[in-house]
Design a protein around this ligand. Structure first.
Ligand SMILES: Nc1ncnc2c1ncn2[C@@H]1O[C@H](COP(=O)(O)OP(=O)(O)OP(=O)(O)O)[C@@H](O)[C@H]1O
Ligand SMILES: Cc1ncc(CO)c(N)n1
Length: 267
């Protein structure tokens, strides 16, 4: 059995965060484990409360997992504050996982800040150099690169800038731009574009969390980095196609292995 760990925030509504990550791991046949960084009171409409777990407790969860159940891949999502980022960096240094996927979560779909603005620098300095791949959406790529992004050429320039912080690859996700759902992969040598048709739905809660956990699940299964990203793009496309019209706001994507396997989709 392959093992994957998510270090992220809890979404009580079940659509994003830890809950989306564990559902994604299960759908890939990977055993999922979790380090909870923050508890959010959240549904499809809003985030109505956030309470961070103490930095020491974040570190202890990492220690407990690695000392007994060393994961084949790690995904990092919401990390909230500078002190939590430092605890995660400490854990990564101590236990040295090779395959780390960082989803630099900053703002929820409902517009709530999930990373303190003064923690962006810590994220860049402490976590980017310790990860294999980082998966920003357009606003996150703008914040990390310090440039505005209007189209695919800008996505490539931003990816180059983000690489300079020391990660080994970047996927800039284009879900927030007009037109096709086009993502740009860059590994420091070559750019590759991953494209699917934009699915017309408002139910996209958890797309970013699901995509990055699918990358981690595929890495845990032993696929190379680009194949892991390509398969994750297929998975998220199917999960959005089957997204659920539940709740009064932005509904969640759906994780269902049979849907994925039978779709025969090739992105
Ligand atoms: N409507 C859509 N149709 C098809 N693919 C989409 C759609 N919206 C997003 N995607 C794809 O989903 C993946 C996640 O991208 P997105 O930009 O939505 O992430 P995100 O903004 O980080 O998500 P979140 O708000 O959950 O953090 C990318 O591969 C993107 O291209
Ligand atoms: C806990 C959590 N993590 C990530 C996201 C993605 O935006 C969210 N809405 N909530």
């Amino acid at each position: 059995m392959r093992l994957a760990l998510t270090i992220a925030g809890s979404d009580s509504g079940g659509g994003a965060g830890i809950q989306a990550d564990l559902k994604t791991f299960s759908a890939h046949g990977v055993f999922g484990m979790s380090v909870i960084t923050s508890v959010t009171a959240q549904n499809t409409k809003a985030v109505i409360g956030v309470e961070d777990v103490s930095p020491e407790m974040v570190y202890l969860q990492i220690k407990a997992v690695f000392e007994d159940l060393p994961p084949d891949a790690v995904k990092i999502g919401m990390v909230s504050s500078e002190s939590i980022i430092r605890s995660v960096a400490r854990g990564l240094d101590e236990f040295g996982p090779e395959k780390v996927v960082l989803d630099p979560v900053m703002i929820s779909k409902s517009g709530h800040a999930l990373l303190k603005p003064n923690a962006v620098e810590a994220l860049k300095k402490e976590l980017l150099p310790r990860c294999l791949v980082v998966t920003p959406n357009i606003p996150e790529a703008e914040a990390l690169s310090g440039m505005s992004i209007k189209g695919v050429e800008d996505m490539k320039r931003a990816a180059e800038r983000i690489m300079s912080y020391g990660c080994r690859a970047v996927v800039v996700k284009g879900g927030h731009l007009e037109g096709d759902a086009l993502d740009v992969f860059f590994n420091g040598r070559e750019f590759r574009e991953l494209k699917s048709e934009k699915i017309c739905t408002r139910n996209t809660h958890g797309t970013g969390c699901t995509f990055s956990s699918a990358v981690a699940a595929n890495l845990a299964l032993g696929y190379d980095l680009f194949t892991s990203v390509r398969l994750a793009k297929e998975y998220i496309t199917v999960a959005i196609k089957n997204s659920l019209n539940i709740g009064g706001g932005v509904g969640p994507v759906h994780h269902f292995y049979e849907l994925y396997r039978r779709s025969g989709l090739n992105v």
